[in-house]
Design a protein around this ligand. Structure first.
Ligand code: FAD
Length: 457
């Protein structure tokens, strides 16, 4: 007899475990199927390990600058083995935490490969058995993998993905990073800080190409200070590997030698072919087609997270999980505006944005006014010696509506959620009192500047 549930969730990453917990909190009988590690990409080879290494690298940077702050420290240096061990311990702890949460919510965890055989049937294959599960609804949260380029496939030793880049046993003397997006920029900061000679090669004309040009300019200037060489508008044609060293060939005819080549050119959604065929899922390339209720083309089957290719962000997956969970239990929830899912890059300096930026407004033909404020004029930023960057706030000129905020600087990834609350408002915020001196006063200044009434800009 098949085990029966209200909902079966396939995939235990941020999308899957969040959907399972939310369903369970609503008293549903839930099965969660995970074939590898609970916590998925985010916890095991994404958000958390990358931030753990960035945390250590940040600490090292602070120590290197200690004298500027009137603190004498003997020459600080990275202990890579300890940094790696610290990162692994953090991952292990959170992994245990997710398993505990799943158990505490009385979710039945199946450790194996989950394949949907129909809209109410899933089989779980482990090494030695196959079990059949039945449910009223299925939520697919199968995630993504790094994009592989046929001309320079991963050999996992010299040509590596972010997964290997997070787990290198030694600091490479030289590292070429193909792709100047979020992952490329974050990894560049880690390795440049601990002493690698890092080169980023980006095909488009700026780092973080989805952000405005001014963001790319600041990043490139600051990365230069970190010793990172940035080659923009340059395409890689191939990588020759010989005796564990790589020669990265550029379209320009130039080539760069490197001990390791990290290819970080995006992620590709994945879902098992058997599931796609058995359900007859409508697909768009590798992503599962969904509507705003996270429903797939098959009634009773929902899909979320990287598998649907909407945000490729863990908090995007969390948000979609909420919607799918509600709807799988008979609700009628819709995903809101995807522009309001914040983007955060934990590089040195950090970058964060929400809503529309200047590029998007221009593309949409919106008449906008930009308010700006810089961290170098902020008391707290100066006190902390973190004066790089600025905040820009975009106001629709006619309606006064705030459309978006983009930030570059220390701790902006923490501030972006505050900015979210102000998007869509049409008022200036002179009557909102910000504590002084705080870094977030820069947000208020940029906001007021968008209305032409800033005190200090
Ligand atoms: P995943 O986390 O990929 O989880 C999918 C799970 O499904 C996996 O555990 C997989 O084993 C399982 N699975 C797949 N098929 C089956 C099957 N048939 N049966 C059973 N199990 C199956 N996002 C952020 O928001 N902030 C960040 O700072 C951030 N940093 C990142 C850094 C790096 C280096 C990388 C690579 C990614 C980062 N991301 C970040 C992105 C984030 O990790 C993903 O967006 C997020 O993990 C997506 O969640 P998901 O649940 O959709 O998929």
């Amino acid at each position: 007899m098949a085990d029966s549930f209200d909902v079966i969730v396939i995939g235990g990453g941020p999308g899957g475990y969040a959907a399972a917990i939310r369903c369970a909190q609503k008293n549903a009988n839930v099965a969660l199927v995970e074939k590898a590690e609970m916590g998925g990409t985010c916890l095991n080879r994404g958000c958390i390990p990358s931030k753990a290494l960035l945390g250590s690298a940040h600490f090292l940077t602070l120590a290197k600058h200690a004298r500027l702050m009137g603190v004498d420290i003997e020459k600080p240096s990275p202990n890579w083995t300890k940094m790696q061990a610290r990162k692994d311990a953090i991952v292990e702890n959170f992994s245990k935490g997710v398993k505990t949460l799943v158990k505490a919510n009385k979710i039945k965890l199946y450790e194996g490969i989950g394949i949907a055989k129909g809209p109410d049937t899933v089989t779980v294959q482990t090494d030695n058995e196959e079990v059949e599960l039945k449910a009223k609804s299925i939520i697919l949260a199968t995630g993504s993998v790094p994009v592989e380029i046929p001309a320079f496939k991963f050999d996992r030793e010299t040509i590596i993905s972010s997964k290997e880049a997070l787990n290198l046993s030694e600091i490479p003397e030289s590292l070429v990073i193909i792709g100047g997006g979020i992952i490329g920029c974050e990894m560049a900061c880690v390795y440049a800080t601990v002493g690698s000679r890092v080169t980023i090669i980006e095909a488009l004309d700026q780092l973080l190409p989805n952000e405005d040009a001014w963001v790319g300019k600041i990043m490139q200037r600051e990365f230069k200070k970190l010793g990172i060489k940035c080659l923009t508008s340059q395409k890689v044609t191939g990588v020759d590997v010989n005796n564990d060293t790589a020669k990265v060939n550029l379209e320009s005819g130039e080539s760069i030698d490197a001990d390791k080549v990290l290819v970080s050119v995006g992620r590709r959604a994945i879902c098992d072919q058997e599931t796609i065929e058995a359900l007859g899922l409508e697909m768009q390339g590798s992503t599962i087609e969904i509507n705003e209720k996270m429903e797939t083309s098959v009634p009773g089957v929902y899909a979320i997270g990287d598998a649907v290719g909407t945000t490729y962000l863990a908090h995007g997956a969390f948000q979609e999980a909420e919607i799918a969970a509600e709807n799988s239990l008979g609700g009628d929830e819709k995903m809101g505006d995807y522009n309001l899912i914040p983007k955060a890059v934990y590089s040195f300096p950090e970058v964060a944005s929400i809503g529309l930026n200047e590029k998007k407004c221009t593309k949409k033909g919106i008449d906008f006014t930009v308010g700006k404020a810089a961290f170098r004029s902020n008391g707290r930023s100066v006190a902390h010696n973190e004066t790089v960057g600025e905040i820009r706030v975009i106001r629709e000129t006619d309606s006064n509506k705030i459309l978006g905020v983009t930030m570059v600087g220390a701790t902006v990834t923490e501030m972006i959620s505050t900015a979210r609350a102000l998007i869509g408002t049409t008022e200036d915020i002179t009557d909102v009192c910000f504590a002084h001196p705080t870094v977030s006063e820069v947000l208020k200044e940029a906001w007021e500047d968008a209305f032409g009434i800033s005190l200090h800009v």
